[in-house]
Design a protein around this ligand. Sequence first.
Ligand SMILES: *[C@@H]1O[C@H](CO)[C@@H](O)[C@H](O)[C@H]1NC(C)=O
Ligand SMILES: *[C@@H]1O[C@H](CO)[C@@H](O)[C@H](O)[C@H]1NC(C)=O
Ligand SMILES: *[C@@H]1O[C@H](CO)[C@@H](O)[C@H](O)[C@H]1NC(C)=O
Length: 422
Amino acid sequence: MAVFLYITTIVVGILSAFLYSPLKREALILGVLRPLSSWEKVHGIENRVIEDTVACEDLHYHEPSGLLYSACMDDMKKASGWFPGSGTFDHPENPSFGTLVVIDSKTMKTTKLSLAGFPYPVFVTHGISIYSHPSDNKTVFIFAVNHHPNQIQSSAAPEQPKADSRVELFIHTVGSDTAKHLRSISHPLIRTPNDLLALSDKEFLVTNCHYYRDGLMRFVEDLSHIAWTDIIHVNIDGDNVTATAILNSIGTNNGLGWGPNEQVLIGDATGGNLYFAGLVVENKTLSVSHYVSADGIVDNPSFFSDPYTEFDGKDYSGYILPGLGRPIDLAVSFRDPTGKAPIPSLVWFVPASAGKKGEGSDKQARLLFSDDGSSLRGVTTAVMVAIDPATNDGKREGWLFLTGVVAPNMLATKIDFATILS
Ligand SMILES: *[C@@H]1O[C@H](CO)[C@@H](O)[C@H](O)[C@H]1NC(C)=O
Ligand SMILES: *[C@@H]1O[C@H](CO)[C@@H](O)[C@H](O)[C@H]1NC(C)=O
Ligand SMILES: *[C@@H]1O[C@H](CO)[C@@H](O)[C@H](O)[C@H]1NC(C)=O
């Protein structure tokens, strides 16, 4: 894998010097044109490290409680040795036993939830999604991917997939320090789960981020952008799990998120695009309306809905797209058990109007944050939480929370809306 990547760096690098798209774009996304030695940092006004957040891939804001929810692998060495989401299968004998983590968006204090009734010694966390009934915003259902190694895979049964990935469902009460395990959800169509989007406490969408789990063909899939994989709609009814593929037109579909008015956001990782889609639950259709492009990998997208527009009549709402700065190095850097090999981070902002087809689809993604990996290693999710201007000397600012799948910590960076988002 790594060798292929090095050869690609050289080939793409040379060719892109002479040619324009699509090779130039490929080189841009892979980070070939962004050498680490001259990395330009773009940070907010102030940075804060969030303690006790080791190797957390995903992050979601629960607005009613002001809390952020994440799932962390908790151990850098284990995360770097077994993580099917990045094609890392080196140490199936030593997988993580991570947990769910809650972060107070004001105090930035972390609470690790204990997992009541969780039956496995393995919790290799990846994408999560949270759901609260409109009538009960204190109860949070948490869906979380678990990349369990496949116990029946061995040299005697090499045809078996290496991972037996599944989705775990928990129930949690805001303010408590436990999450009760309700059940595991497995289905043959849930193959390479990456991210989830909860539609209710019984229904969710899941991306299979690749068709090929590893090896040369996974690499071909990453580079060719051929849509071999899919998004699955899953329904749980008692013991019955029904699953249907509802979209199979986006190669490397990866992160999922909500836009305004139940718009579904789909990150196309190696294509570097954010797709906007509409979901009709009744007939299980997901229709893509349009997309915007960023200059790199697009991981878990989120939408920032500005809650303080009435304060000054300005609306800073928009889409936030995180991405790895040099995916070309990822296969090697990811495997560093010390968590030190640099994995740079990039985060873009796209104004809300770009989500409406025909209105602002020409809007460019603009850089909001950029780091060589020393402050935030390999961002996979970025979520903005606004600060109430009434408690902030009238200033319109927000904390951008950043997390990375093999980052030793999360980071919050304070963003001044008027200079960066307007
Ligand atoms: C949460 O629920 C309470 C009680 O039903 C309600 O008063 C409050 O407005 C809700 N908060 C949000 C943000 O929905
Ligand atoms: C599961 O599905 C079967 C076949 O459709 C049905 O007979 C059964 O009642 C279902 N069980 C539950 C608990 O919904
Ligand atoms: C699904 O429902 C929507 C809205 O009713 C409709 O526009 C669409 O054509 C339906 N799609 C299919 C495949 O039936």
